[in-house]
Write a protein that binds this ligand. Sequence first.
Ligand code: ATP
Ligand code: MG
Length: 557
Amino acid sequence: MENNNEAVNSNFIKTIIDNDLKDKKHNTIVTRFPPEPNGFLHIGHAKAICINFGIAREYGGTCHLRFDDTNPGKENIEYVESIKEDVRWLGFDWQENIFFASDYFEQMYDCAVQLIKQGKAFVCSLSPEEIREYRGTLTDPGRDSPYKNRSIEENLDLFERMKAGEFDEGKYTLRAKIDMASPNINMRDPAIYRIIKKEHHRTSDKWHIYPMYDYAHCLEDALEGITHSLCSLEFEDHRPLYDWFLDELNTEHHPQQIEFSRLNLTYTVLSKRKLIELVESKLVSGWDDPRMPTISGYRRRGFTPESIRVFCEKIGVSRANSMVDVNLLNFCLREELNKSAPRVMAVLRPLKIIITNYPEGKEEYLEADVNPEDPGMGKRMIPFSKEIYIERSDFIEDPPKKYFRLSPGKEVRLNHAWYITCEKVVRNEETSEIIELHCIYDPETKGGWSSDGRKVKGSLHWVSAKHAVDAEVRLYNNLFTTANPNEIDGDATYNDYINPDSIEIIKGCKLEPDLADAKINVRYQFLRLGYYWLDPKDSSKENLVFNRILSLRDKWS
Ligand code: ATP
Ligand code: MG
């Protein structure tokens, strides 16, 4: 695959794997990426994907894509499909190794029966509230359930009837018999199965009991012969339970769980629950809104899979929780696009200029590099004529000191064209709004360079009025106004920190004429403005819509 730029660094997980291979503990490495299909993937998942698929690729092993679909009600097939699309788009391939936890429900049930027979699990009649009360706290031990000593026969009978759908939700749970005094709350007789009377998107109404995450996950890993189960740090305290189930069941494979720190990004929320809220409250237009930190949001915005993989490589793999600056992700994309993006000129908020000494009706084509970083990309021809547009913000009538752009009497360069000097400001008499400027050009400065060595400090982008094509341009900024929207104090909700300027839609933008034939999938650099591409969803031949992927620089850098 095309990951030449992605230097492969070592990390503590690879050190463990290297040792396991040296000790002949395994012949091949098998990892897995196990999303729950209850939402779209976000950039945090991209980190987990790059680690799991990346390690498999590097060691010539395999990585399973496994849907952890043990929780009907929140999961659906739309999420399954979106996850597949996102993993593929990121550049990874699970080949034939696609799995669903729900395919193991029968085996999981049998294992639970085995635990009951071994005297290691019991059916508990405590209500969910009582279970919580009996559990104890971080400082106080819990208490045994009064049902812990049910006979094996009674447990088997009740568990079978739970499966058959005889009981209402909450009436019984199957629990492991471990230790209510354990300092690790996860080990205090955790639930293994609960009754849920909901349709499952794959098994329909076949099951009335569903396994808990901790029980299901280790079995899925063991059944698939995973060698290294790589997950984020919040599962560290669950590892003893992961090992307990596999030890008690004496499974053929006993994968090693290894935890790494989650990705946290500034100005970004990375939690499916919160992202669902944003979608459902319509604060964004959907999971693929270009402001969303979802893979589909980044894709629609115009990020490349390579930039995301490079980012994941750069942030590395460690066990230290940290907050990564979102500008690092932007930096990775800019590095790539600076090399690959064709340059064009586009004026977002046009102000008309009439070049009074340029002949009426004349037009000529000026040559420019498609990309000065890469001469191999060739040249392009840009039409010039008597009337052009520049950016409104590039003219100030009464400029402050050190203002190098256009103002009355001032000379500036039109990129790739000529020097011009502003001679007159024309206003609407009623509103006094500036409607156009009259300028003269110096024919001796073709290409934007003066033969007498005269220098100008300002260089402006422009488009020829009669050749320009119209477009709508959408500018995106951070969705949140606070660097850490995950930690908001007091009564505030994160909705209070939504950036009102996170999207700005500008109509009537004027673009270089070649952009009439802009292609979906080409990322352009609009000179002086940033990187843009056609919105894959809303743009059409008749109504061009460009997304700003990124400005040329971060505002605060
Ligand atoms: P969220 O907390 O956003 O709801 P999740 O952990 O519940 O996500 P899963 O579908 O269970 O979502 O995640 C699949 C895998 O992705 C897990 O192994 C998890 O460790 C990993 N993962 C999720 N979020 C991150 C993150 N921010 N950084 C690194 N890995 C993550
Ligand atoms: Mg989870």
